[in-house]
Write a protein that binds this ligand. Structure first.
Ligand SMILES: Nc1ncnc2c1ncn2[C@@H]1O[C@H](COP(=O)(O)OP(=O)(O)OP(=O)(O)O)[C@@H](O)[C@H]1O
Length: 249
């Protein structure tokens, strides 16, 4: 019986994962299937930030739902890194894995260059630490080029949004509360080219006091208001069902 198109393998190989040899298949829908005693599956689109080739190995940088509770509520959970390292069967399949993974991830239309505002004075004044420890490493895993702007005073984000070269970025991210996001929107709306500028995708990583916008955007897709969930939504930003694009209706 023929498999549906999305379940057909794009590529498969006998690889080594955690010392055990297993078939690993990349399906047309971007799922990776292999066995480690139990069947394992990873979605390149939903769970993989990027990958790194190191010697004969390939490391998939992932964010997956934490399964630390004894009961499942049905609600989506907090995301945690859980990298998967595998060794392809030969130099040639190593090269092909890198090529296929790169092609699939590139086909997802994820942002490549982001302007990131970090407000050191928002909320508990921990945005700089949150950014350095929890946000930047995930964007780096996704190989997104960042331009970082710490806000130096009130309305600084608005001034920058008012005059920045929008062609340089695929989106703007605020590691802050709602205040900086509002400043950015107001800055974009005050530009002569506001009609184009306001279409810039905007994202918010909760690092303020109320974080109302981050909460409601993540809630609208059934996610908890957690840093990792917000960052993954931004990395996957060009999926129309994710919050990154929904800041501006
Ligand atoms: N360097 C700075 N010094 C003083 N104020 C700043 C600085 N940078 C930004 N601000 C101001 O901080 C204000 C609050 O920012 P933000 O929204 O990030 O946090 P919050 O008010 O704690 O969170 P929320 O809006 O979610 O309740 C903004 O209005 C902004 O103008």
């Amino acid at each position: 019986m023929d498999l549906p198109a999305h379940q057909r393998p794009l590529f498969s190989d006998r690889v080594t994962v955690n010392g055990a040899v297993t078939p690993l298949a990349l399906l047309a829908d971007g799922r990776l299937w292999w066995s480690e005693g139990i069947q394992r599956c990873l979605s390149l689109e939903k769970e993989v930030l990027g990958f790194v080739a190191s010697g004969p190995y390939i490391k998939l940088k992932t964010l997956v739902e934490a399964r630390d509770g004894c009961c499942t509520t049905g609600a989506a959970g907090r995301l945690v890194p859980n990298d998967v390292v595998f060794k392809p069967s030969s130099d040639e399949t190593h090269r092909l894995w890198c090529q296929k993974l790169r092609e699939f991830i590139d086909s997802l239309g994820r942002p490549k260059r982001l302007l990131v505002f970090v407000n050191p004075f928002g909320g508990k004044k921990s945005a700089v630490k949150i950014f350095a420890e929890q946000v930047k490493p995930l964007f780096e895993d996704a190989q997104i080029q960042l331009t970082i702007q710490e806000t130096k005073h009130q309305l600084h984000a608005k001034e920058v949004a008012c005059s920045l070269d929008i062609k340089k970025y695929d989106g703007i991210v605020c590691v802050s509360g709602d205040g900086i996001l509002v400043e950015v929107v107001n800055g974009l709306l005050q530009r002569e080219d506001w009609n184009t500028a306001i279409k810039m995708p905007l994202g918010v990583v909760p690092a303020g006091t109320g974080n109302g916008m981050a909460k409601s955007l993540l809630d609208s897709v059934g996610d908890p208001c957690a840093i990792s969930n917000a960052v993954l939504a931004i990395i996957r930003g060009f999926n129309p069902f994710m919050p990154f694009k929904h800041v501006i209706p």
